[in-house]
Design a protein around this ligand. Sequence first.
Ligand code: NAD
Length: 475
Amino acid sequence: MSENKEQAGFSENVDRLFDRAVRKMNLSEGLVEKIRIVNSTYTVRFGVKLRGDICTFTGYRSVHSEHTEPVKGGIRYAPNVHQDEVEALAALMTYKCALVEVPFGGSKGGLRIDPREWDNRELEQITRRFAYELIKRDLIHPSQNVPAPDMGTGEQEMAWIADQYHRMHTTDIDSRACVTGKPLNAGGIRGRVEATGRGVQYALRDFFRYDEDVAVAGLTGSLGDQRVIVQGLGNVGYHAAKFLSEEDGCKIIAVLERDGAVINENGLDIEAMRTYISENNGVEGFEGGTFEADSDKVLCADCEILIPAALEGVIHSGNADQVKAKLIIEAANGPVTADADEILRNKGVVIIPDLYANAGGVTVSYFEWVKNLSHIRFGRMQRREEEARHMMLIDEIEKATGKNLNEEFKKRYIQGADELTLVRSGLDDTMRGAYADMRKLWHLNRESDPSMDLRTAAYMLAIKRVADSYKSLGL
Ligand code: NAD
């Protein structure tokens, strides 16, 4: 991958994008500064006895804004996690939650570790110890700070964290709400694992609902007509690629992973590729396409939609000019630097920004948190009652017409909404609502202000909501 030689760190990039939006708003300098700054970052170094010696780990939990609580944000496991990265991600969480109207402030955590170097038992010990350090300072707490999975973590780590919290707060009836992204049997919710990828799919569906937006990107046809390149086939990238290819008919013509890329102009078999990666730790040797070691070349290859779903800063001033995609959807956090953003906008590339594109995860995390606090599965009370009422209507229609309705239709119509259906409906509604708000602001200003784009609109909406919240607190 070509190296990002820009001097600006991740936080500075987020700040620059924030500043661009703020310049178009009428807010006092003091309020802008209050919204921008990271409230606090806690650094912890702890030792765990492993493999006959003590291993020391460094972790972070950063709180960007507590304008509403709890604060929310994933915990990332990666070998190069650092404070600037965690703070930038915490800020993005504040704006993301405000944009999709999820009532959380922004936070993020990270542990400097390569999870692939440790076995399951060791990871459990490390995760429990990290969680212990955060829990005893209320940096994991159902009403104050609620983590979730991010890069390098998943359901298993969240289950360990929830259990650790419960062990330290045995009488807290709401203890399961201390973390989201848990497995179902530990208080999770259906649809959370795939939620971020599902959200990326819904975001693209929203974009293609508006001919005007499709035309601005210089695209034609429907979502299913587009050729897509995906970087990173992890949780987010895999689910987005799977749903877009299986349900919308998109061709995923290339997938980039750590060791290179695989290309197939006829479309890759995402399921087979995911299995291959998990067995071989990379894509080289996958027989469903042609291997290319130079990932950066593939990142800039000809396609309609590019989905960076791995890391921050992968599209930068050094390669933005060569990007051929007409539409970039930021499934990862911060994959396009502020410099690259400028270059791409001038080229006419439309970017669906991270704070909207990957908000599916936090949206469904919100549903999980509500489920944990209400101690009941969504749909449990009304599902069968709904089915009985639908059945009554069908019976009446059949009696009145003397005809039997189509069996397949009856089956689908009668079905009451279960938890997964409700989660998908809530996610779809959230993504549609936020996109409609964003595009309205974008189009209102686009003609008169060429620097107006979807990202700026998203930031403006988010910043206004955070500002209103601070104002109502009397600040
Ligand atoms: P993950 O660890 O499941 O997957 C990351 C994938 O990227 C892995 O397959 C990894 O091998 C690949 N990768 C790593 N380095 C790469 C490189 N240099 N080139 C190509 N591929 C590379 O992580 P994830 O949870 O899918 O998160 C991915 C991104 O999405 C991150 O930016 C994260 O912050 C963001 N995100 C995740 C969630 C979530 O719910 N998991 C929610 C919102 C945003």
